[in-house]
Design a protein around this ligand. Structure first.
Ligand code: PDD
Length: 283
């Protein structure tokens, strides 16, 4: 089967899919994106991701390239044509292709829309979750609008590479006050010494994770104790449990930071319960 990409209205072989060298996503990172997890052939948390997409577009003064109905159809069709049962669907919308100029291009510039889909090995994802992952900590050197899901991901790329080189799965980024903001592609959580589930409150400092929001709702419905407050790496090391959330890694235990174990170095019961809750809710 040839993998296909949707590019500006056409489904084309992924290997030969192209956008202009003048595309502003390519030249400036002037683009937004979304990632949907696909489980059992369904795009998870569809509406929440679309809502965040509109927010990102609005914050960057970009227009939606098509109505939601059409976008949903393209996302679903890209999944279907690539026969993805478990994996992800990626959407990127850039401000379009235009002669290079930092300021916005003319109003009539057509945004570039790209959708791809990729299968992931669910067994491997389950194994990762059952073993837990290690993270490294690094200074958060990103810009001040991390709530916008833009393709400006260079600090994330460098931090994730550093994690990989040190045998970690993710990097936890740390603000100048010593508090963890989030991971390079996931939100950060702990189950603190008192047993409360803790994650950083929403602000411009972090991406407003869809998985985070859904999990908070599910946990609150079950009257689990939640505190939205920042925590330091030291607090995370002293915590009972820690975990990350993201579309493609829904609730994965963090068992070590910078090579030092959290708790007994194995995934804990609260993390497991929250993962089950999220996956059973099926979104
Ligand atoms: N990343 N924080 C950052 C910086 C992210 O990039 C992501 C998602 C998250 C989790 O958000 P959500 O639960 O909505 O997936 C938090 C995607 C998966 C990516 O960049 O591939």
């Amino acid at each position: 089967m040839t993998a296909l990409a949707y590019v500006n209205g056409r489904y084309v072989p992924l290997g030969g899919a192209t956008v202009s060298v003048q595309d502003r996503g390519f030249q400036f990172g002037d683009a937004v994106y979304e990632v949907w997890a696909v489980r059992d052939g369904r795009l998870c948390d569809m509406d929440e991701h679309l809502a965040r997409l509109h927010r990102s577009l609005g914050e960057l003064q970009m227009h939606a390239p098509m109505p939601d109905m059409a976008l949903r159809a393209v996302l679903g069709e890209t999944r279907r044509r690539n026969r993805v049962r478990n994996g992800l669907v990626y959407l990127q919308i850039s401000r379009g292709a235009a002669a290079r100029d930092h300021a916005f291009p003319p109003e009539n510039t057509r945004p570039t829309v790209v959708v791809t889909a990729k299968s992931l090995d669910w067994r491997q994802q389950q194994q990762r979750a059952s073993k837990g992952v290690g993270v490294i900590s690094m200074p958060d050197i990103r810009w001040g609008r991390r709530d916008i899901k833009s393709t400006n991901l260079l600090p994330n790329v460098l931090a994730r590479q550093a994690a990989k080189e040190r045998g970690g799965f993710e990097a936890w980024l740390v603000d100048p006050d010593g508090n963890v903001t989030e991971g390079t592609a996931s939100n950060a959580w702990i189950v603190d010494k008192t047993g409360a589930i803790r994650t950083r409150p929403l602000s411009n400092d972090i991406l407003h994770g869809v998985t985070r929001a859904v999990l908070l709702r599910l946990a609150r419905e079950r009257r689990m104790e939640i505190v939205e407050s920042p925590f330091t790496v030291g607090e995370a090391l002293a915590a009972r449990e820690a975990f990350i959330t993201g579309a493609t890694n829904p609730v994965v235990a963090v068992v070590a930071i910078d090579g030092r174990p959290i708790g007994d170095g194995a995934p804990g019961p609260v993390t497991q319960k929250l993962r089950d809750l999220y996956l059973q809710a099926g979104a």
